[in-house]
Design a protein around this ligand. Structure first.
Ligand SMILES: *Cc1c(COP(=O)(O)O)cnc(C)c1O
Length: 478
């Protein structure tokens, strides 16, 4: 346990805290120095989790510390344990890079301190969500009259959308699920692809639908739902139905056959939800948009801001074709909360939270900064870099790229061996030029490369692929 420096009494603290400008400027220059160093530093954290636990471990302080000292102490302690998630060669998981414009808007959001629970209490926070929401629908080319809830990420967006789905399919049987819950309700059939993202199973669990109660549908080599298997699964289903598809499989980047799934689901009176946490952004890019053909026929979508739009954490969107059902599933009401008039939108009526962050500002700022063309160019560049990295690695003897790189995801196997693949991942992380992670795909351990950070250039992709190739050569002939 470390011993924290000695504190100050309250009067001293009040006196030292009246210089907000000095504090905010100190933070800004510290943050800028951190960001400017990212391209040159190892893309992995310098210190381990265990080391950071020790670094932070301290008894509860009796006395406070001045604002500048606190921030200095915090940053000095934390920085060695930070991953370069905002760096140019960070390809681990599927993680956006907190663009500086989004970060700046997010600082203002914090400084403004708006509780975004009500449209009347904070007109700007509410209004900016309406415009940013419309821009999102336009960018993603979804029906323009959808409702958009601003949430923490795709996990909660999936939850919100599936809550709306649950409301809708039970309402058709005359059951009010918000009032009466699921006990005694007609059973809901849930169909989901075998390679769906784990967050959907969490959402189903939170909603009382059970993560094991679902019917999992067989997928093809890329993780796409097979239409004939989906049709077979539907054949004996009668009654409430929710089907879950995805745009952008987490390993392969593949898209489900939405045209088929939408028509089959709707013929049965069901609700089709699409998890498009990162893949939905293909729709914002003319040379990738064909991948998402037909997904606009769904009833709801989940998509992240903190992935391809590069907003800071956290930010995601729950988009629903039927705004009144969306609001029915989420609305919080109390006598002291303002009521809605015709045409108004209350931010808290579309998400589970009442008090929350004004996420619309960072979303608005990122779209305003990049514009439609900037977003399209970024997505296109990432997909081009992913393809180039895959082609470079595939030239190396003993290296297999296991997916068709249509989007930004690349999965690679080394020496057809789990152990060798993990050894290359470990050594690449240690080397620090880039950061890549591992995953299990079709019972094989693979290296997963996700190209989704705004600062990543073609050169960063080339340097990283060369580095991984060199590490593989060193690994196979030690
Ligand atoms: C990242 C991701 C999620 C979960 O999103 P969070 O933002 O982490 O909550 C869900 N589905 C897919 C396909 C994802 O890539």
């Amino acid at each position: 346990m470390v011993h924290l420096a000695h504190g100050r009494d309250e009067e001293e603290l009040m006196a030292s805290d009246d210089n907000i400008e000095e504090l905010f400027e100190a933070v800004a220059s510290r943050a800028a120095a951190y960001r400017q160093a990212l391209p040159e530093r190892p893309q992995r954290p310098e210190k381990s989790y265990e080391e950071m636990r020790q670094a932070f471990d301290a008894p509860l302080p009796d006395d406070g510390l001045s604002s500048l000292e606190v921030i200095d102490e915090l940053a000095t302690m934390a920085e060695p344990g930070l991953a370069a998630m905002a760096g140019p060669r960070f390809f681990g998981w599927v993680i956006g890079a907190s663009h500086p414009v989004g970060v700046a808007a997010d600082w203002l959001t914090s400084a403004w301190g708006q509780n975004t629970g009500s449209h009347l209490a904070t007109p700007s926070s509410a209004a900016v969500e309406e415009t940013a929401g419309r821009w999102l629908l336009d960018l993603l080319d979804l029906p323009r009259d959808c409702s958009v809830g601003f949430v923490t990420g795709a996990t909660v967006a999936n939850f919100v959308a599936l809550a709306a789905a649950r409301r809708c399919v039970l309402e058709k049987t005359g059951w009010d699920v918000e009032a009466h819950g699921l006990f005694g309700a007609p059973p809901i059939h849930v169909l989901i692809g075998d390679d769906a993202h784990t967050s959907l199973f969490s959402a189903l669990k939170f909603l009382g639908l059970g993560h094991d109660r679902v019917r999992r549908v067989v997928t093809d080599d890329a993780g796409r739902i097979k239409p004939d298997a989906f049709e077979a699964a539907l054949s004996d289903i009668d009654g409430p139905l929710i089907a879950i598809a995805q745009a952008g499989q987490i390993n392969t980047g593949a898209f489900d056959p939405f045209d088929d799934l939408a028509s089959m689901t709707h013929r049965k009176g069901g609700w089709l939800h699409v998890d498009g946490a990162f893949g939905l952004w293909a729709r914002a890019c003319p040379d990738r948009a064909h991948l998402g053909t037909g997904l606009d026929q769904a009833d709801s979508w989940a998509v992240d801001g903190h992935k391809w739009l590069q907003t800071p954490y956290d930010c995601g969107y729950a988009i629903v074709r039927h705004p009144e059902i969306h609001a029915r599933a989420m609305t919080t009401d109390a006598s002291y909360l303002p009521q809605l008039s015709e045409g108004q939108r209350n931010p808290s009526h579309l998400v589970p939270e009442l008090s929350r962050r004004a996420r619309g500002f960072a979303t608005w700022a990122m779209i305003r900064h990049l514009g439609r063309s900037g977003i399209a160019d970024m997505v296109s560049r990432h997909c081009r870099i992913a393809r180039a990295m895959a082609e470079r690695l595939a030239k190396e003897p003993g290296v297999d790229v296991l997916n068709d790189v249509e989007l930004n995801q690349v999965i690679v196997r080394f020496g057809d061996s789990d152990d060798l693949t993990q050894a290359v991942i470990d050594r690449a992380q240690e080397d620090g030029t880039c950061f890549v992670g591992g995953a299990r795909w079709r019972n094989q351990w693979v290296m997963r490369i996700s190209v989704i950070s705004w600062p990543t250039s073609d050169d960063d992709g080339d340097l990283s692929a060369e580095t991984i190739a060199r590490i593989w050569r060193e690994t196979k002939t030690p």
